[in-house]
Design a protein around this ligand. Structure first.
Ligand code: TRP
Length: 455
């Protein structure tokens, strides 16, 4: 094993870094909105079930594979089954990382832009803001530089160190914002909208949407957990660490809803008062929120905090996405971290340029429309989000679960997970059944749902 790969220095450092990857834009704006539209607490219960019964067992598999091989996704697969076609599942994972980072970084750039917009008391004009290609590219470049500056310093001195600083900040900001939101008069309606279970809204496609959201939110399906698992020591208990990551990710997503719905109800009175086109997508946080903040006492300050919160959450996720590429290039191509971080980020930045100019900046990329309208919006960014954030992740998770359960073998994988986990030893036969049959089948259904089969 090459000595320069690096390792997590502490258990809590690993848990913060992996939770930091999981907690991102997916938690803070997407989760609450999906909950609101899909039956409130009923959806939350469903989501919790999926995290516990499918997301976590699958995560143990990715972590175990990375730890046993001590390599990036491609190298880990090669270590188990040398020179086989399975390595393409790893390559798909690395490319998916590039694809997700390319559009995610653009949105992350907007969140930084909104810190500035709130500070200068200029909350409106989302369309003009994102249509300015130079502003979007500048902010995207800035966010890329931030990401580079952390990944540059490696596992312990970069990613782990910053996770330990940023995650507590994120938590404190969330608490402040929850208290603020719920102290506004009229906010109670938001809580009951968010938390009242409405089982009539749960349909086949809702169920699968909950699953897809669970995988994206837990950063599963592209070998991120293989990569982060490869920096773990053999002493670590994978099962308890994984459970912590799942709990933190779910808790933060849930808490985000406790900010958003009470604030909306305090100002608007109900959800219907918000234009339907604004209730989803970038609209909710970038259009509705700044407007809400600007109407509240001390709102500008709260708005600044909110966009700092989003930027921090996005940053610990972009770090993890860049690290997958970097780990691949270091392990497989013998590259030096400090050189390759720049090259990997530059290529990814390049891939993201069309997304950055696809919100009105360039007509061609704004109406790209390669993928039919029923799957994704016509702009390049939405299409990338569909291809990499939905399709490639589901495909990757499907292939990796088969690889772990059948090619590596559920038995060997279970041995690796069971190390230092007395609890797991008692349930290993259940886990083996799940990774071989249940999980691939369910992921296959997500895949079909990506194509709208159940709609
Ligand atoms: N989980 C992050 C979010 O919820 C996004 C993310 C970061 C991700 N790294 C990933 C998703 C790796 C899938 C795989 O915003």
């Amino acid at each position: 094993m090459s000595a320069n790969r690096g390792q997590w220095s502490s258990r809590i450092g690993f848990i913060f870094a992996a939770a930091g990857s999981a907690i991102g834009l997916g938690n803070i704006w997407r989760f609450p909105y999906v909950v609101g539209e899909n039956g409130g607490a009923a959806f939350v219960i469903l989501y919790l079930g999926f995290v516990a019964l499918i997301g976590l067992p699958y995560m143990f598999g990715e972590l175990a594979l990375g730890r046993v091989a001590q390599r990036n996704p491609v190298g880990s697969i090669d270590a188990i089954k040398p020179r086989s076609r399975w390595r393409w599942a790893g390559i798909l994972g690395v490319l998916t990382g590039v694809g997700i980072l390319s559009f995610y970084g653009v949105i992350a750039g907007w969140t930084v832009g909104y810190i500035h917009k709130m500070l200068t008391n200029n909350p409106g004009g989302f369309e003009q803001f994102v249509a300015d290609p130079w502003a979007s590219l500048f902010l995207y470049a800035l966010f890329t530089l931030l990401t580079i500056s952390i990944v540059y310093n490696g596992i312990e001195g970069g990613i782990e160190r910053w996770a330990k600083i940023l995650m507590p900040i994120l938590f404190v900001l969330l608490i402040i914002l929850i208290i603020y939101s719920n102290s506004l008069s009229g906010s109670g309606g938001g809580l009951s909208f968010y938390l009242n279970p409405d089982f009539s809204k749960i349909t086949g496609s809702t169920v699968l949407a909950a699953l897809g959201q669970a995988f994206f939110s837990l950063s599963l399906g592209m070998g991120l957990m293989i990569t982060y698992g490869s920096y773990l020591s053999k002493q670590e208990n994978l099962v308890t660490s994984g459970i912590y990551i799942g709990i933190f990710d779910t808790m933060i997503a849930f808490m985000a809803g406790l900010i958003i719905f009470p604030a909306i109800f305090a100002i608007k009175g109900n959800m219907e008062a918000i234009d339907a086109s604004l209730r989803s997508g970038p609209g909710l946080i970038f259009k509705v929120f700044p407007e809400i903040f600007s109407q509240m006492p001390g709102g500008i300050f709260v708005g600044v905090l909110f966009f700092i919160l989003l930027s921090v959450a996005a940053l610990t996720s972009t770090i993890s996405l860049l690290e997958v590429e970097v780990a691949y290039l270091i392990d497989e191509k013998g590259a030096r971290r400090k050189t390759i971080v720049w090259a990997a980020a530059a290529v990814t930045f390049f891939v993201g340029i069309p997304s950055a100019v696809s919100q009105g900046g360039s007509d061609f990329f704004t109406n790209f429309g390669l993928i039919p309208e029923r799957f994704a919006g016509p702009d390049f960014l939405s299409q990338m989000s569909f291809i990499f954030g939905d399709l490639a992740l589901a495909l990757g998770a499907f292939l990796l679960s088969i690889f772990i359960g059948w090619v590596w073998g559920a038995d060997k994988a279970a041995d690796e997970i069971a190390r230092n986990s007395p609890f797991f030893a008692k349930t290993r036969s259940v886990w083996m059944f799940m990774i071989r049959y249940f999980i691939p089948l369910v992921i296959f259904l997500i895949l079909l749902n990506v194509f709208g089969i159940f709609n």
